[in-house]
Design a protein around this ligand. Structure first.
Ligand code: ATP
Ligand code: MG
Length: 561
């Protein structure tokens, strides 16, 4: 047999490759992605999705289960379930028939709890929350046994059944695993495995008023689904002994291996659903899918592609130690993807009217322009040209500094794919603001090529004033203005929100072909950035475009094209 080479693999893929080579788990590979439906998925979840679904795709026998960890009825909702499924699909993954809900296991989990009680490995405890805390001990001090720890099996069975039948109110009793109150690991100090919650569940309705706890549910769900590798984030490392204790004690037919990896942290953002929820509920953002949010739905609306997110996750890799990734890495991932794939369009964000005095008043023509500078397969399109056009205000300066190669009085520049124009006159309003330029064009430079070898340094984008489509453009900046918005425990993270994270430009001028843009299209507006039609707030004939990301380089790079 040839030797297994794993040097190109991350530590989890190495373990999986070795397990499969050794014939462990009968050669099966089953992973799962187990979100709790209590919010929308964020970019951190994408890391886990790409790992679990991606790993399964890498082997012919690999399977990844989609499982909702829905044991916390107060916080869960079908809206979240649906958004999570849509997001995973959009990212490009498919669970096939393997869609599961922990709530489907409530009967089995209850039976397992009865087994634990009968084995004298679980008991009903009647301490209140405060007493429970006092008995639990601290990191330095061991806990104390609950006075209810020695209840008989019969008494525990009767009480647990009464709990299930709704005879008690919330918090009156809990079911605890009987492990070790002196364990150095607090998770092993007789953890609660069932609690009373008299609330409806979004899937099981009022059938249950006791709900199993996460640590108890998760390992048993994994075992029942015959998961082979249960991949989770580092904070669960301390829970692994409990994961293993439950499965060993109950002798489940299958004992998945829990492996922890570092969660994704990004700078200039917060990542926990709880905090994202605060931003939504307090209306600090427009919703879970606000394009500034690093939720999957926010990124989608902003214009990120599924491939860019998958590529980002592949690039950051997997580690066993926490780190913070620079937001620039994510921004680069979308830039790289769209740079190759997004067709180019012309849009003027801050319109300044230019009248071309020597261009006939009635004349209109169509000029051919390429859809992509490097990819001729993307073809060309025709854009209209006439006597009045718009250029961007930022492309004109009356008194230009040295390295400003764009338009200024007396200067000649190229209008991309159109003509050379020279600025003859600057028209101002009463306050002295520039409101219009009068220029003349060289008819011999049609298509933007030099008629006699003379060079111009600047190439500007433009839109025909007569044909332009009016549109709104939204520019986004990072949502927080602090690298780690959560670093000071005395300051609410929301104090660090960036007040300038959204800039709305309501009066932009777009080339008319953008009238046909759909929410599935991705564009580069030449010299400006990458943009996508807003899926929510665009109306027919009134498009709203979101800036996905800026171009790495602005005008300087294109000035010689
Ligand atoms: P949050 O802290 O944002 O509420 P969570 O871990 O409570 O996240 P779950 O719905 O329980 O959210 O997570 C589903 C899966 O996604 C889990 O396996 C979890 O480990 C993983 N996950 C969540 N956040 C991250 C992250 N930042 N990086 C990598 N994986 C993550
Ligand atoms: Mg969670």
């Amino acid at each position: 047999m040839s030797e297994l080479v794993t040097s190109h693999l991350d530590f989890i893929r190495t373990i999986v490759a070795q397990d499969l080579a050794a014939g462990k788990n009968d050669g099966r590979l089953v992973t799962r992605f187990p979100p709790e439906p209590n919010g929308y998925l964020h970019i951190g979840h994408a890391k886990s999705i790409c790992l679990n679904f991606g790993l399964a795709q890498e082997y012919p026998q690999g399977i990844c289960h989609m499982r909702f960890d829905d044991t916390n009825p107060e916080k869960e909702d079908v809206e979240y379930t649906e958004s999570i499924l849509a997001d995973v699909k959009w990212l490009g993954f498919d669970w096939g028939a393997n869609l599961f809900y922990a709530s489907d296991y409530f009967d089995k989990l209850y039976d397992y709890a009865l087994q634990l009680i009968k084995m004298d490995k679980a008991y009903v405890c009647s301490l209140n929350a405060e007493e429970m805390r006092a008995y639990r001990g601290t990191l330095k001090e061991p806990g104390k046994n609950s006075p209810y720890r020695d209840r008989s099996v019969a008494e525990n069975l009767a009480l647990f059944e009464d709990m299930k039948n709704g005879k008690f109110s919330d918090g009156e009793h809990v079911l605890r695993a009987k492990i070790d109150m002196a364990s150095p690991n607090i998770n092993m100090r007789d953890p609660i495995i069932y609690r009373i919650r008299k609330v409806s569940h979004h899937r099981t309705g009022d059938r249950w008023c006791i709900y199993p706890m996460y640590d108890y549910t998760h390992c048993l769900s994994d075992a029942m689904e015959k998961i082979t590798h249960s991949l989770c984030t580092l904070e669960f490392a301390d829970h692994r002994p409990l994961y293993d204790w439950v499965l060993d004690t109950l002798q489940t037919p299958c004992h998945p291996q829990q492996i922890e990896f570092a969660r994704l942290n990004l700078n200039f953002t917060v990542m926990s659903k709880r905090k994202l929820m605060q931003l939504v509920n307090e209306k600090r953002v427009g919703g879970w899918d606000d394009p500034r949010m690093l939720t999957i739905s926010g990124l989608r609306r902003r214009g990120y592609t599924p491939a860019s997110i998958r590529n980002f996750c592949a690039e950051i890799g997997l580690a066993k130690r926490e780190s913070r990734i620079d937001m620039g890495v994510l921004e680069n991932a979308i830039r790289n993807d769209l740079n190759d794939s997004a067709p180019r369009r012309q849009a003027v964000l801050k319109p300044l009217k230019v009248v071309i005095s020597n261009y006939p008043e009635e004349k209109e023509e169509e000029l051919e322009i390429g859809n992509h500078p490097k990819d001729p397969n993307m073809g060309t399109r025709m854009i209209p040209f006439c006597r009045e056009i718009y250029i961007d205000h930022d492309d004109f300066m009356e008194e230009p500094p040295k390295k400003f190669f764009r338009l200024s009085p007396g200067r000649e520049v190229r209008l991309r794919a159109a003509y050379f124009i020279t600025c003859d006159e600057v028209i101002k309003d009463k306050s002295g603001a520039v409101v219009e330029l009068r220029c003349s064009y060289d008819p011999a430079s049609r298509g933007g090529s030099s008629p006699d070898g003379r060079k111009v340094k600047g190439t500007l984008h433009w839109v025909s004033a007569r044909h332009a489509l009016d549109g709104e453009i939204r520019l986004y900046d990072r949502l927080f203005n602090k690298e780690n918005p959560e670093d000071d425990p005395d300051v609410d993270f929301k104090e660090n929100l960036n007040p300038d994270s959204l800039q709305i430009l309501p009066h932009c001028k777009l080339e008319p072909s953008l009238l046909e843009a759909s929410v599935h299209d991705y564009f580069q507006f030449e010299r400006v950035g990458f943009f996508k039609l807003d899926s929510k707030e665009s109306a027919p004939g009134k498009p709203v475009f979101n800036r996905t990301v800026t171009l790495r380089d602005t005008w300087a790079k294109l000035s010689d094209t």
